[in-house]
Design a binder for this molecule. Sequence first.
Ligand code: AFP
Length: 332
Amino acid sequence: MQNGITLNQFLIDEQRRLGGTDSDLPALVNDIVVACKIISNGVSQGALAGVLGGLGTENVQGEAQKKLDVISNDVMIEAGKRGGYVASMASEEMDEILPATPQGKYLLLFDPLDGSSNIDVNISVGTIFSILRCPEGVANPATADFMQPGTKQVCAGYALYGPSTMFVITTGHGVNGFTLDRNIGEFVLTHPNMTIPEDTREFAINASNTRFWEAPVKRYIDECLAGKEGARKADFNMRWVASMVAEVHRILTRGGIFMYPIDSKTKEKGGRLRLMYEANPMSFIVEQAGGASSTGRQRILEVQPTGTHQRIAVILGSKNEVERVVSYHKEG
Ligand code: AFP
């Protein structure tokens, strides 16, 4: 893989290298890439395009919808419909699944604009997507057909609308990162074979929830905060961007652990983050980059889903740190 090839060239080369014959998947990814370029343009225009601010509406999660949430959702729906590769779609912004093309090979799930509470303050946001196979012989899939564990994903990725716009993807053969070259309008390979360091001294958690945490999480964070004088005999740094895409990208780039654990505040809902279009795609990417991803009690990719908007605890990143947090959950 030489740096500088476009994402489309990369996907075709990967298919050829792996002896794949399914041309629909690269074509679907290409439609998603076009959607992310359109969203990137809207995000970077910001106030100039009149796309900031809220709509005064709420999504299925009961969260206030930003204009760009809905715009991005519409753009991703178009991508899912365009080529006829997708039988049905699920989105953070839609209550129910959305039928697309009967007999379509794939199911497409997405969070069209993750971190959107940051959009009005010009902080990085992103788009997350996950691709599952539509079950054999199912022409018009129902919600039950989406209830596949994360290990069944055939592709997952995200676009990060930051200082540069990046596209990171896995098809189960490692993780590769591409940067949008606006001079040619293409995502270009800049981060081949992204790998997460097994150790880290950087954690990401919303510390305003400290009083709600379960004991294993409290123990882990307290040890990080104790620094050199404490059990870890090392100082730690903290980050919290409130855009999962930005946090995961930082971890892919320099290591770290990201935690949105279940706590007494979110227990009833099952957690804060959504399994099908946040935790699963990001866990697929993190594991493919040599990291780990757990609820604290179970490998996230092995969770059997019960609903498209199901929430889940997320602890992911540098393998040795995630395993430490899991061991603390085992000790209780
Ligand atoms: P929004 O898309 O509603 O901004 O939520 C973003 C997110 O799902 C995830 O990207 C962040 O890591 C997390 O929520 C931030 O949650 P807090 O606002 O509770 O810190």
